[in-house]
Design a protein around this ligand. Structure first.
Ligand code: F6R
Length: 612
């Protein structure tokens, strides 16, 4: 949420900052801005409401911003509406200090009141402006820039990743973080800061991840890291495996479509390192077998789509391992006095690894004595670093705000983990285990087959894109899929949509069904197929039009027309979710396309939600 980029080098900063912001725009797109310091110590900036292209136009129509050092920001508004003034960078009254910030400063009102009494005039409604004004206030006392940053940080309560420029230091930038992601990139005669590695891939893949309370001073040739007490520290360098092309559209109209199409490969990459000698093997869990055998309860903690993955995982792991599993929304878990002890396994699921609600729940679970295993896509992210164990999904960078390929790789990790755990505690027979493995090997190909028949979803989307309300119904695993199908549709197409356990509809919600209502019925979970078919008939007799998602071998049991039936290949019941989510993603995508929506950047949303 909010993107930060900073550059210190030997060439003009602005084009590099804009390029970085382009890659970061998915983190927030209410407004954007850049600031640079010229070699003769002049702080210049430009910022504007709207997408990055508006900032580009502004820059093209003003005096060029001169300087080889600069910071840039894309905003997802929290404090203060999206407008030019509230955009970052924020500048001190005396035009000495510029700051970009990601996070929320909780005590900003108090600091603002303090500074106003000292005569500082605020121009924006943001929490961030207090950082710029406070650093500048301290700076004018003793001209110790690093000291002013430290003094300021010590007064802040909340979360921050910041980049700081000072007009008196044309070759230096300062970065700091607490509870918001920030990394440093090492280039050739240049160095970077960024909130997200995708912003740096064109320039470098060598990075260091900053930890909470750390501060860095960055010049084109040197980076010095400090701990919270201003002591110099050494930081490890990491090589990022993602390449530039993985974060580009590669000929697709949208990142979302590209990422939907990448699912077979992402799932293949996620599965293959975890199969050894025809067994599921998690290198990440080697040596932890006894701990895992002692578990008597599992919590899946996550937000949004990742929570929906947890719902699927609950059904599968409870059935396989006979251990109680609860799927919890991270934002609720933390404040719900959860029953957690050292025999509880907490599984935190997160694509970005930076979601603040999930992070806060993780910390609460650890405080209560639980062990935390996280399933994360972004290597080195905060959740990964704070977990006891991490299993990485191999989805590659996910840029579209609506998750697709990360969701699918999270699903497969959880299902494989379910078998791994069940095998460890002797809860699964050899026949069942082997049957699963043989079906698992076929999954990527089956996913590809489904993607090759995307036109069925496309045609259904052109028929139904102008509906006002859509219901998703299903039972058991299919219900968990409904949650995801409904979220996908509403977040990118803005059509109101509900997901319901099919058996629950008659307890109230069926009164909303009227002639023309669209109902998407999930019927891939074979043991409950007939019951869901009865629910389909119930809504049809009240005038609903129904699209069904059904397995190949059951397609003749459906009472929906050919063009309203999305058929998924026959597979193991626990692998069906990986398949049946695909038509739901495609349907949502094509509905949004027909409605002319901004698919990769839906209104009010942002990728990586780093506020509570
Ligand atoms: C929906 C979506 C969100 C995320 C949620 C958690 O398409 O992408 O619901 O799943 O914000 O994000 P992560 O997985 O990064 O923790």
């Amino acid at each position: 949420m909010c993107g930060i980029i900073g550059y210190a080098g030997e060439t003009s900063a602005v084009p590099i900052l804009l390029d970085g912001l382009e890659a970061l725009e998915y983190r927030g797109y209410d407004s954007a801005g850049v600031a640079v310091v010229s070699p003769d110590g002049k702080l210049q900036f430009s910022k504007s409401k709207g997408r990055l292209k508006v900032l580009r136009e502004h820059l093209a129509n003003q005096e060029p911003l001169v300087g080889n050092i600069g910071i840039g920001h894309t905003r997802w508004a929290t404090h203060g509406e999206p407008n030019d003034v509230n955009s970052h960078p924020h500048i001190g009254n005396k035009n000495k200090i510029a700051v970009v910030h990601n996070g929320i400063i909780e005590n900003y009102m108090e600091i603002r009141a303090y500074l106003e009494k000292k005569g500082v005039e605020f121009v924006s409604e943001t929490d961030t402006e207090v950082i710029a004004q406070l650093i500048e206030y301290y700076y004018f006392k003793d001209y110790d820039l690093l000291g002013s940053v430290y003094k300021t940080l010590h007064r802040l309560r909340g979360a921050y990743a910041i980049g700081v420029l000072c007009a008196d230091y044309p070759g230096r930038m300062i970065a700091a973080r607490k509870d918001a992601p920030l990394l440093i990139g090492y280039g050739d005669k240049c160095n970077f800061i960024a909130s997200d590695v995708t912003a740096l891939l064109k320039h470098t893949r060598t990075v260091s991840y900053m930890n909470d309370d750390e501060v860095a001073v960055i010049t084109p040739y040197k980076i010095t890291f400090f701990d919270g007490d201003r002591g110099v520290i050494e930081k490890e360098k990491t090589e990022v495996e993602w390449d530039v092309s993985s974060a580009e559209k590669g000929g697709y109209a949208h990142f979302m479509l590209k990422e939907i199409m990448e699912q077979p490969e992402a799932v293949r990459k996620t599965i293959s390192p975890r199969i050894k000698d025809n067994r599921i093997f998690f290198e990440e869990l080697a040596g932890k077998e006894e701990l895992l055998k002692g578990i008597n309860k599992i919590y899946m903690i996550a937000c949004g789509s990742a929570y929906h993955v947890g719902m699927v995982g609950k059904y599968i792991i409870e059935k396989l391992a006979r251990i109680p599993v609860e799927a919890a929304l991270a934002s609720e878990f933390r404040y719900a006095s959860p029953l957690v002890d050292e025999h509880t396994l907490i599984i935190v699921i997160s694509q970005s690894g930076e979601t603040l609600d999930s992070m806060a729940a993780l910390r609460e679970a650890k405080r209560l004595g639980a062990r935390v295993l996280s399933i994360v896509n972004v290597i080195g992210s905060s959740i990964a670093r704070e977990s006891d164990e991490v299993i990485y999904t191999m989805a590659g960078p996910e840029i579209a705000v609506a998750t697709t390929k990360a969701y699918n790789t999270q699903l497969i990790i959880l299902t494989m983990f379910g078998y791994y755990l069940a095998d460890l505690i002797g809860a699964v027979s050899k026949e069942e285990y082997d049957e699963f493995l043989s079906e698992l090997g076929k999954l990527p190909e089956q996913m590809q087959k489904l993607l090759d028949s995307a036109d069925v979803c496309q045609q259904a989307a052109s028929k139904y894109f102008n509906r006002n309300s859509v219901f998703f119904i299903g039972r058991n695993l299919d219900y968990a899929l409904c949650l995801e199908g409904s979220l996908k549709l509403k977040e990118i197409s803005y059509i109101h949509s509900e997901s319901y356990a099919a058996g629950e509809l008659k307890h109230g919600t069926i009164s909303l069904i009227e002639p023309g209502t669209l109902v998407v019925a999930m019927t891939t979970y074979a043991p409950l197929l007939e019951k869901t078919v009865s629910n389909i008939v119930e809504v049809q007799s009240r005038g609903a039009e129904v699209i069904s998602v059904v397995s190949e071998s059951d397609k003749d049991k459906m009472n929906t027309s050919y063009e309203n039936t999305f058929v998924v290949p026959d597979s193991h019941p626990f692998l069906k979710p990986n398949l049946s989510v695909i038509p739901l993603q495609l349907f949502a995508y094509y509905v949004a396309l027909n409605r002319g929506c901004d698919i990769d950047k839906p209104r009010n949303l942002a990728k990586s939600v780093t506020v509570e």
